[in-house]
Design a protein around this ligand. Structure first.
Ligand code: SAM
Ligand code: SF4
Ligand code: SF4
Length: 345
Protein backbone atom coordinates (compact mmCIF):
# COMPACT_ATOMS: atom_id res chain seq x y z
CA UNK A 1 0.00 0.00 0.00
CA UNK A 2 1.32 3.41 -0.96
CA UNK A 3 0.87 5.28 2.33
CA UNK A 4 2.27 8.77 2.00
CA UNK A 5 2.94 9.32 5.72
CA UNK A 6 6.38 7.82 5.57
CA UNK A 7 9.34 8.55 7.81
CA UNK A 8 11.16 10.57 5.14
CA UNK A 9 8.15 12.79 4.56
CA UNK A 10 9.35 15.94 6.23
CA UNK A 11 6.69 18.31 4.92
CA UNK A 12 4.36 20.63 6.83
CA UNK A 13 1.12 19.62 8.51
CA UNK A 14 -1.95 21.69 9.26
CA UNK A 15 -3.86 22.25 12.52
CA UNK A 16 -5.61 18.90 12.09
CA UNK A 17 -2.25 17.13 11.47
CA UNK A 18 -2.91 16.72 7.77
CA UNK A 19 0.10 16.84 5.46
CA UNK A 20 0.11 18.61 2.13
CA UNK A 21 0.38 15.84 -0.36
CA UNK A 22 -1.61 16.74 -3.40
CA UNK A 23 -1.69 19.90 -5.52
CA UNK A 24 -4.38 20.52 -8.13
CA UNK A 25 -3.42 23.12 -10.66
CA UNK A 26 -6.09 24.83 -12.72
CA UNK A 27 -4.49 26.19 -15.89
CA UNK A 28 -7.49 27.94 -17.42
CA UNK A 29 -10.97 29.06 -16.39
CA UNK A 30 -12.22 28.52 -19.96
CA UNK A 31 -14.07 25.48 -21.19
CA UNK A 32 -15.54 24.28 -24.49
CA UNK A 33 -18.44 22.69 -22.53
CA UNK A 34 -21.17 24.39 -20.55
CA UNK A 35 -22.09 21.54 -18.20
CA UNK A 36 -25.32 22.58 -16.56
CA UNK A 37 -24.04 21.82 -13.05
CA UNK A 38 -20.68 23.56 -13.52
CA UNK A 39 -20.79 26.40 -16.08
CA UNK A 40 -24.48 26.96 -16.84
CA UNK A 41 -24.97 29.06 -19.97
CA UNK A 42 -27.11 31.63 -18.19
CA UNK A 43 -24.11 32.52 -16.03
CA UNK A 44 -21.29 31.69 -18.45
CA UNK A 45 -22.76 33.19 -21.63
CA UNK A 46 -21.22 35.26 -24.41
CA UNK A 47 -20.72 38.26 -22.18
CA UNK A 48 -18.92 36.32 -19.44
CA UNK A 49 -15.49 37.83 -18.88
CA UNK A 50 -12.89 35.08 -18.79
CA UNK A 51 -9.35 35.68 -17.61
CA UNK A 52 -6.87 37.24 -20.00
CA UNK A 53 -3.62 35.49 -20.86
CA UNK A 54 -1.52 37.81 -18.73
CA UNK A 55 -3.67 37.20 -15.67
CA UNK A 56 -2.93 33.48 -15.89
CA UNK A 57 0.20 32.10 -14.28
CA UNK A 58 2.88 31.39 -16.87
CA UNK A 59 4.23 27.85 -17.11
CA UNK A 60 7.48 29.08 -15.51
CA UNK A 61 5.50 30.41 -12.57
CA UNK A 62 3.52 27.17 -12.23
CA UNK A 63 6.75 25.18 -12.29
CA UNK A 64 8.21 27.41 -9.58
CA UNK A 65 5.15 27.01 -7.37
CA UNK A 66 5.09 23.23 -7.92
CA UNK A 67 8.75 22.96 -6.93
CA UNK A 68 8.08 24.80 -3.68
CA UNK A 69 5.06 22.64 -2.91
CA UNK A 70 7.10 19.51 -3.59
CA UNK A 71 9.63 20.72 -1.02
CA UNK A 72 6.77 21.06 1.47
CA UNK A 73 5.58 17.48 0.92
CA UNK A 74 3.51 17.42 -2.26
CA UNK A 75 3.98 14.21 -4.26
CA UNK A 76 0.99 14.34 -6.58
CA UNK A 77 0.12 16.97 -9.16
CA UNK A 78 -3.11 17.10 -11.12
CA UNK A 79 -3.67 19.49 -14.01
CA UNK A 80 -7.24 20.63 -14.38
CA UNK A 81 -9.39 23.63 -15.30
CA UNK A 82 -11.81 24.70 -16.94
CA UNK A 83 -10.76 22.40 -19.74
CA UNK A 84 -6.96 22.03 -19.50
CA UNK A 85 -6.59 20.86 -23.12
CA UNK A 86 -7.73 24.27 -24.33
CA UNK A 87 -4.14 25.29 -23.54
CA UNK A 88 -2.51 24.16 -26.76
CA UNK A 89 0.97 24.09 -25.21
CA UNK A 90 0.01 21.77 -22.37
CA UNK A 91 2.60 19.19 -23.35
CA UNK A 92 5.30 21.69 -22.43
CA UNK A 93 3.78 22.16 -18.97
CA UNK A 94 3.58 18.40 -18.40
CA UNK A 95 7.24 18.05 -19.34
CA UNK A 96 8.25 20.77 -16.89
CA UNK A 97 6.13 19.47 -14.02
CA UNK A 98 7.09 15.84 -14.38
CA UNK A 99 10.72 16.86 -13.92
CA UNK A 100 10.04 18.57 -10.57
CA UNK A 101 12.03 16.71 -7.87
CA UNK A 102 9.77 14.78 -5.48
CA UNK A 103 6.77 14.50 -7.78
CA UNK A 104 5.91 10.87 -8.34
CA UNK A 105 2.41 11.17 -9.74
CA UNK A 106 1.29 13.47 -12.57
CA UNK A 107 -2.28 13.38 -13.75
CA UNK A 108 -4.91 15.41 -15.59
CA UNK A 109 -8.69 15.74 -15.49
CA UNK A 110 -10.31 16.42 -18.86
CA UNK A 111 -13.59 16.16 -20.72
CA UNK A 112 -11.55 14.31 -23.42
CA UNK A 113 -13.32 16.09 -26.28
CA UNK A 114 -10.03 17.59 -27.49
CA UNK A 115 -7.87 14.46 -27.31
CA UNK A 116 -6.42 13.18 -30.57
CA UNK A 117 -4.14 10.15 -30.83
CA UNK A 118 -1.13 12.40 -31.48
CA UNK A 119 -1.91 14.59 -28.49
CA UNK A 120 -2.46 11.63 -26.18
CA UNK A 121 0.88 10.14 -27.24
CA UNK A 122 2.68 13.49 -26.79
CA UNK A 123 1.24 13.94 -23.27
CA UNK A 124 2.31 10.45 -22.31
CA UNK A 125 5.77 10.93 -23.73
CA UNK A 126 6.09 14.22 -21.80
CA UNK A 127 5.50 12.39 -18.50
CA UNK A 128 1.76 12.44 -17.84
CA UNK A 129 1.02 9.25 -15.90
CA UNK A 130 -2.73 9.18 -15.36
CA UNK A 131 -5.86 10.66 -16.87
CA UNK A 132 -9.36 11.05 -15.45
CA UNK A 133 -12.05 11.62 -18.05
CA UNK A 134 -15.39 13.16 -17.15
CA UNK A 135 -18.42 11.60 -18.82
CA UNK A 136 -21.87 11.95 -17.31
CA UNK A 137 -24.00 9.81 -19.63
CA UNK A 138 -23.74 7.36 -22.52
CA UNK A 139 -27.00 8.53 -23.99
CA UNK A 140 -26.39 11.21 -26.61
CA UNK A 141 -29.53 13.20 -25.89
CA UNK A 142 -28.82 13.22 -22.14
CA UNK A 143 -25.13 13.95 -22.59
CA UNK A 144 -25.83 16.85 -24.93
CA UNK A 145 -28.39 18.18 -22.50
CA UNK A 146 -25.67 18.13 -19.83
CA UNK A 147 -22.69 19.52 -21.79
CA UNK A 148 -25.03 21.98 -23.56
CA UNK A 149 -22.69 22.46 -26.53
CA UNK A 150 -23.73 19.51 -28.71
CA UNK A 151 -20.75 17.27 -27.94
CA UNK A 152 -21.56 13.63 -28.74
CA UNK A 153 -20.76 10.69 -26.50
CA UNK A 154 -18.77 9.20 -29.42
CA UNK A 155 -16.34 12.09 -29.34
CA UNK A 156 -15.49 11.47 -25.69
CA UNK A 157 -15.28 7.69 -26.19
CA UNK A 158 -12.88 8.32 -29.09
CA UNK A 159 -10.81 10.48 -26.72
CA UNK A 160 -10.76 7.63 -24.19
CA UNK A 161 -9.66 5.20 -26.93
CA UNK A 162 -6.88 7.58 -27.96
CA UNK A 163 -5.68 7.79 -24.36
CA UNK A 164 -5.76 4.01 -24.02
CA UNK A 165 -3.78 3.59 -27.26
CA UNK A 166 -1.16 5.98 -25.88
CA UNK A 167 -0.72 3.63 -22.91
CA UNK A 168 -2.67 5.34 -20.12
CA UNK A 169 -3.75 2.46 -17.90
CA UNK A 170 -6.02 2.43 -16.05
CA UNK A 171 -8.07 5.34 -17.31
CA UNK A 172 -10.61 6.57 -14.80
CA UNK A 173 -13.97 7.83 -16.00
CA UNK A 174 -15.80 10.17 -13.62
CA UNK A 175 -19.56 10.50 -13.67
CA UNK A 176 -21.18 13.20 -11.54
CA UNK A 177 -24.68 12.04 -10.63
CA UNK A 178 -27.39 14.62 -10.09
CA UNK A 179 -30.86 13.43 -9.18
CA UNK A 180 -33.34 14.21 -11.92
CA UNK A 181 -30.55 14.79 -14.45
CA UNK A 182 -28.69 11.55 -15.10
CA UNK A 183 -29.22 8.89 -12.44
CA UNK A 184 -30.86 6.72 -15.11
CA UNK A 185 -27.42 6.57 -16.75
CA UNK A 186 -25.70 4.83 -13.81
CA UNK A 187 -26.41 1.26 -14.90
CA UNK A 188 -25.71 1.81 -18.62
CA UNK A 189 -22.33 3.31 -17.64
CA UNK A 190 -21.56 0.41 -15.30
CA UNK A 191 -22.50 -2.15 -17.97
CA UNK A 192 -20.51 -0.35 -20.67
CA UNK A 193 -17.24 -0.15 -18.74
CA UNK A 194 -17.58 -3.53 -16.97
CA UNK A 195 -14.70 -5.72 -18.10
CA UNK A 196 -12.91 -3.00 -20.07
CA UNK A 197 -10.20 -2.10 -17.55
CA UNK A 198 -11.57 1.45 -17.25
CA UNK A 199 -12.22 2.37 -13.60
CA UNK A 200 -15.61 4.06 -13.46
CA UNK A 201 -16.10 6.44 -10.56
CA UNK A 202 -19.36 7.96 -9.45
CA UNK A 203 -19.28 11.37 -7.78
CA UNK A 204 -21.99 12.87 -5.63
CA UNK A 205 -23.15 16.23 -6.85
CA UNK A 206 -21.51 18.87 -4.63
CA UNK A 207 -22.43 22.38 -3.55
CA UNK A 208 -19.34 23.95 -5.10
CA UNK A 209 -19.68 27.57 -6.16
CA UNK A 210 -23.06 29.22 -6.34
CA UNK A 211 -23.96 29.47 -10.04
CA UNK A 212 -25.35 25.91 -10.15
CA UNK A 213 -27.94 26.66 -7.46
CA UNK A 214 -27.26 23.32 -5.75
CA UNK A 215 -29.97 21.77 -3.62
CA UNK A 216 -29.51 18.94 -1.15
CA UNK A 217 -32.38 16.99 -2.70
CA UNK A 218 -30.44 16.83 -5.98
CA UNK A 219 -27.76 14.67 -4.38
CA UNK A 220 -28.06 11.06 -5.48
CA UNK A 221 -26.16 9.39 -2.69
CA UNK A 222 -23.21 7.05 -2.98
CA UNK A 223 -25.26 4.47 -1.09
CA UNK A 224 -28.05 4.62 -3.70
CA UNK A 225 -25.51 4.33 -6.51
CA UNK A 226 -23.91 1.32 -4.87
CA UNK A 227 -27.21 -0.44 -4.25
CA UNK A 228 -28.43 0.02 -7.81
CA UNK A 229 -25.27 -1.45 -9.33
CA UNK A 230 -24.90 -4.21 -6.74
CA UNK A 231 -28.45 -5.40 -7.40
CA UNK A 232 -27.54 -6.23 -11.00
CA UNK A 233 -23.79 -6.78 -10.83
CA UNK A 234 -22.76 -7.88 -7.33
CA UNK A 235 -19.89 -5.97 -5.76
CA UNK A 236 -17.46 -6.45 -2.89
CA UNK A 237 -15.43 -3.80 -1.14
CA UNK A 238 -11.69 -3.30 -1.67
CA UNK A 239 -8.95 -1.77 0.44
CA UNK A 240 -7.98 1.84 -0.33
CA UNK A 241 -4.81 2.30 -2.38
CA UNK A 242 -3.49 4.84 0.12
CA UNK A 243 -4.53 6.90 3.16
CA UNK A 244 -6.79 9.74 2.13
CA UNK A 245 -8.08 8.15 -1.08
CA UNK A 246 -11.40 9.86 -1.67
CA UNK A 247 -13.07 7.08 -3.64
CA UNK A 248 -14.40 4.01 -1.84
CA UNK A 249 -13.31 1.10 -4.02
CA UNK A 250 -15.56 -1.80 -5.03
CA UNK A 251 -14.94 -4.71 -7.39
CA UNK A 252 -17.34 -6.84 -9.38
CA UNK A 253 -17.57 -10.31 -7.88
CA UNK A 254 -17.44 -11.78 -11.40
CA UNK A 255 -13.97 -10.30 -12.02
CA UNK A 256 -15.23 -7.50 -14.26
CA UNK A 257 -12.99 -4.87 -12.68
CA UNK A 258 -13.45 -2.13 -10.11
CA UNK A 259 -15.50 0.99 -9.59
CA UNK A 260 -15.15 3.90 -7.17
CA UNK A 261 -17.76 5.93 -5.33
CA UNK A 262 -16.96 9.41 -4.09
CA UNK A 263 -19.52 10.38 -1.47
CA UNK A 264 -18.21 13.86 -0.74
CA UNK A 265 -21.56 15.05 0.56
CA UNK A 266 -23.01 12.09 2.45
CA UNK A 267 -19.71 10.67 3.78
CA UNK A 268 -17.23 13.54 4.01
CA UNK A 269 -13.54 12.75 4.08
CA UNK A 270 -12.09 16.02 5.40
CA UNK A 271 -10.16 14.18 8.09
CA UNK A 272 -7.64 12.94 5.53
CA UNK A 273 -7.83 15.85 3.11
CA UNK A 274 -4.30 16.70 2.07
CA UNK A 275 -5.14 18.67 -1.05
CA UNK A 276 -4.29 22.18 -2.02
CA UNK A 277 -5.62 23.91 -5.10
CA UNK A 278 -4.01 26.54 -7.25
CA UNK A 279 -6.33 28.60 -9.43
CA UNK A 280 -5.37 29.77 -12.90
CA UNK A 281 -4.49 33.22 -11.54
CA UNK A 282 -2.27 31.73 -8.88
CA UNK A 283 -4.55 31.84 -5.85
CA UNK A 284 -4.00 29.08 -3.34
CA UNK A 285 -7.14 27.49 -1.91
CA UNK A 286 -6.87 25.15 1.05
CA UNK A 287 -10.42 23.84 0.58
CA UNK A 288 -12.74 23.35 -2.39
CA UNK A 289 -15.32 25.39 -0.52
CA UNK A 290 -13.13 28.30 0.48
CA UNK A 291 -14.52 31.77 -0.10
CA UNK A 292 -11.15 33.15 -1.12
CA UNK A 293 -7.59 32.10 -1.77
CA UNK A 294 -4.11 33.36 -1.00
CA UNK A 295 -2.55 35.39 -3.78
CA UNK A 296 0.65 33.55 -4.71
CA UNK A 297 0.90 35.38 -8.02
CA UNK A 298 1.45 38.70 -6.25
CA UNK A 299 4.18 37.02 -4.26
CA UNK A 300 5.75 35.43 -7.34
CA UNK A 301 5.76 38.72 -9.23
CA UNK A 302 7.01 40.79 -6.30
CA UNK A 303 10.62 39.72 -6.77
CA UNK A 304 10.77 37.77 -3.50
CA UNK A 305 12.85 34.62 -3.54
CA UNK A 306 11.78 30.99 -3.31
CA UNK A 307 12.59 30.78 0.36
CA UNK A 308 10.17 33.58 1.19
CA UNK A 309 7.48 31.97 -0.94
CA UNK A 310 8.05 28.61 0.71
CA UNK A 311 7.70 30.13 4.17
CA UNK A 312 4.54 31.94 3.09
CA UNK A 313 2.94 28.72 1.80
CA UNK A 314 4.11 26.70 4.82
CA UNK A 315 2.55 29.31 7.12
CA UNK A 316 -0.77 29.12 5.25
CA UNK A 317 -0.84 25.34 5.51
CA UNK A 318 0.12 25.30 9.21
CA UNK A 319 -2.90 27.49 9.93
CA UNK A 320 -5.31 25.43 7.85
CA UNK A 321 -8.30 23.98 9.65
CA UNK A 322 -10.79 23.56 6.77
CA UNK A 323 -13.35 20.78 7.00
CA UNK A 324 -16.32 22.25 5.22
CA UNK A 325 -17.96 18.97 4.20
CA UNK A 326 -17.99 17.75 7.77
CA UNK A 327 -19.58 21.00 8.91
CA UNK A 328 -21.91 21.45 5.91
CA UNK A 329 -25.09 20.60 7.76
CA UNK A 330 -24.27 23.19 10.42
CA UNK A 331 -23.73 26.04 7.96
CA UNK A 332 -26.80 28.22 8.20
CA UNK A 333 -25.65 31.39 6.43
CA UNK A 334 -25.04 31.05 2.66
CA UNK A 335 -21.30 31.21 2.00
CA UNK A 336 -19.62 32.97 -0.90
CA UNK A 337 -17.84 30.10 -2.61
CA UNK A 338 -15.46 29.91 -5.52
CA UNK A 339 -16.69 28.27 -8.76
CA UNK A 340 -15.49 24.76 -9.72
CA UNK A 341 -14.43 25.88 -13.22
CA UNK A 342 -12.18 28.52 -11.60
CA UNK A 343 -10.58 26.43 -8.89
CA UNK A 344 -10.52 23.08 -10.76
CA UNK A 345 -12.18 19.87 -9.64
N1 SAM B 1 -13.13 20.20 -17.65
C1 SAM B 1 -12.49 19.09 -17.03
C2 SAM B 1 -13.46 17.96 -16.80
O1 SAM B 1 -14.67 18.19 -16.84
O2 SAM B 1 -12.98 16.87 -16.55
C3 SAM B 1 -11.75 19.43 -15.77
C4 SAM B 1 -12.38 20.42 -14.81
S1 SAM B 1 -13.94 19.92 -14.09
C5 SAM B 1 -14.31 21.32 -13.08
C6 SAM B 1 -13.38 18.66 -12.96
C7 SAM B 1 -14.43 17.73 -12.43
O3 SAM B 1 -15.29 18.43 -11.58
C8 SAM B 1 -15.29 17.07 -13.48
O4 SAM B 1 -15.24 15.66 -13.32
C9 SAM B 1 -16.67 17.58 -13.16
O5 SAM B 1 -17.66 16.64 -13.48
C10 SAM B 1 -16.56 17.83 -11.68
N2 SAM B 1 -17.57 18.75 -11.16
C11 SAM B 1 -17.89 19.99 -11.60
N3 SAM B 1 -18.88 20.52 -10.84
C12 SAM B 1 -19.20 19.59 -9.90
C13 SAM B 1 -20.13 19.53 -8.83
N4 SAM B 1 -20.94 20.54 -8.56
N5 SAM B 1 -20.16 18.42 -8.06
C14 SAM B 1 -19.34 17.37 -8.31
N6 SAM B 1 -18.42 17.38 -9.30
C15 SAM B 1 -18.36 18.46 -10.09
FE1 SF4 C 1 -16.14 22.28 -18.46
FE2 SF4 C 1 -15.39 20.31 -16.89
FE3 SF4 C 1 -17.03 22.22 -15.95
FE4 SF4 C 1 -17.96 20.52 -17.74
S1 SF4 C 1 -17.25 20.01 -15.68
S2 SF4 C 1 -18.19 22.77 -17.81
S3 SF4 C 1 -16.18 20.10 -18.99
S4 SF4 C 1 -14.94 22.50 -16.58
FE1 SF4 D 1 -10.98 18.84 1.78
FE2 SF4 D 1 -12.51 20.99 2.07
FE3 SF4 D 1 -13.40 18.88 0.68
FE4 SF4 D 1 -13.16 18.72 3.34
S1 SF4 D 1 -14.54 20.04 2.22
S2 SF4 D 1 -12.49 17.18 1.82
S3 SF4 D 1 -11.33 20.01 3.66
S4 SF4 D 1 -11.66 20.20 0.12
Amino acid sequence: MNDFRTADDSGVTDRLSRPIHDLRISITDRCNFRCVYCMPKEKFGRDHKFLSRKELLSFEEIERVATIFAELGVRKLRITGGEPLLRTDMVDLVRRLSAVPGIDDMSMTTNASLVSRERAAALREAGLQRVNVSLDSLDDADFIRINDVGCSVRRVLDGIDALASAGFDPIKVNMVVRRGLNENGILPMARHFHGTGVVLRFIEYMDVGSTNEWRADQVFSGREILESIDAEMPLESMQPNYTGEVARRWRYRDGGGEIGIISSVTEPFCRDCSRARLSAVGKLYTCLFAADGFDLRAYLRSGRDDRALKEYVAGIWRHREDRYSELRSRVTVPLKKVEMSYIGG
